[in-house]
Design a protein around this ligand. Structure first.
Ligand code: GLP
Length: 260
């Protein structure tokens, strides 16, 4: 695993966006796994800038989002469908039919989850999965004790996640209790993982995910099992890492990519 520590949120977002654009330059028809939450917003803004100002082309990209709240229609302002369209999809040129987001309103969740998994496989698997991290250490909505080989399924949100996400809703009672989420096993099958975290509230979860034992109590720790995972953090989120000098040393010692 590579850990990249940047001074602040903006620099972290730019560095993470660079990785995404490198993948797209190498493979213009890449399959991207998308994450929601406030943390990837800067990364999406930078990708939008690269698209508008530096001709980053996304016309052949396919996307799969990690998760969606159960019970929220696509036009609900707190649905992840709405979030993705507002903050990213409407600003770039990904064809609508290439965008996949779990349904929060299907009448048959098990069948939908199976279809979603099959659709990922049909599209050749996810090349790069973007991830955030919950303060309880979750990735997507894989709450503590989620199986590390879990697949896309319905999940009950933890009290801590409901508390964290209540800030986006009028009342705490409005936060959906269930979500549909890619499983940890689904996520680990992506060819590359890119996790972003910012702010001091994420410092304990990041330390546990990066340096703690692999455990279903912190599902983000499962990325230690992946052979190509990069964690981008700002100074505040890195505050509880014990080996930060080592991470900085590795990052700064990397030879520059040869110029073509
Ligand atoms: C939700 C999402 C996660 C995200 C997390 C953190 O729980 N399901 O994918 O990582 O929020 O969100 P934020 O970046 O707003 O802290």
């Amino acid at each position: 695993m590579e850990v990249v520590i940047k001074q602040d949120y903006e620099q972290m977002s730019k560095a993470a966006a660079e990785i995404v654009s490198e993948v797209l330059n190498t493979k213009p028809n890449a399959v991207l796994g998308m994450a929601t939450g406030s943390t990837p917003l800067g990364l999406y803004q930078e990708l939008v800038r690269l698209h508008k100002e530096e001709e980053l082309d996304l016309s052949r990209v396919t996307t799969f989002n990690l998760d969606e709240y159960v019970g929220l229609p696509v036009n609900h302002p707190q649905s992840y469908h709405y979030f993705m369209h507002e903050h990213f999809f409407k600003h770039v040129n990904i064809p609508l039919h290439n965008i996949n987001i779990p349904s929060g309103t299907t009448s048959n969740y098990p069948a939908f989850c199976q279809w979603y998994e099959e659709r990922i496989t049909e599209c050749g698997g996810i090349d790069l999965q973007i991830l955030g991290i919950g303060s309880d250490g979750h990735i997507a909505f894989n709450e503590p004790t989620s199986s590390l080989s879990s697949r896309t399924r319905l999940k009950t949100l933890s009290e801590q996640t409901i508390d964290d996400n209540a800030r986006f809703f009028e009342r705490r009672e409005d936060v959906p209790v269930y979500a549909i989420t890619m499983g940890v096993g689904t996520i680990l099958e992506s060819r590359k993982l890119l996790l972003v975290a910012s702010g001091k509230s994420k410092a304990p979860a990041i330390a546990q995910a990066v340096e703690g034992p692999v455990t279903s109590m912190i599902t983000a720790s499962a990325i230690q099992l992946h052979r190509d995972a990069t964690v981008f953090v700002d100074e505040e989120a890195a505050a509880e890492l014990t080996m930060r000098d080592y991470y900085d040393f590795i990052y700064n010692a990397k030879p520059a990519a040869p110029k073509s």
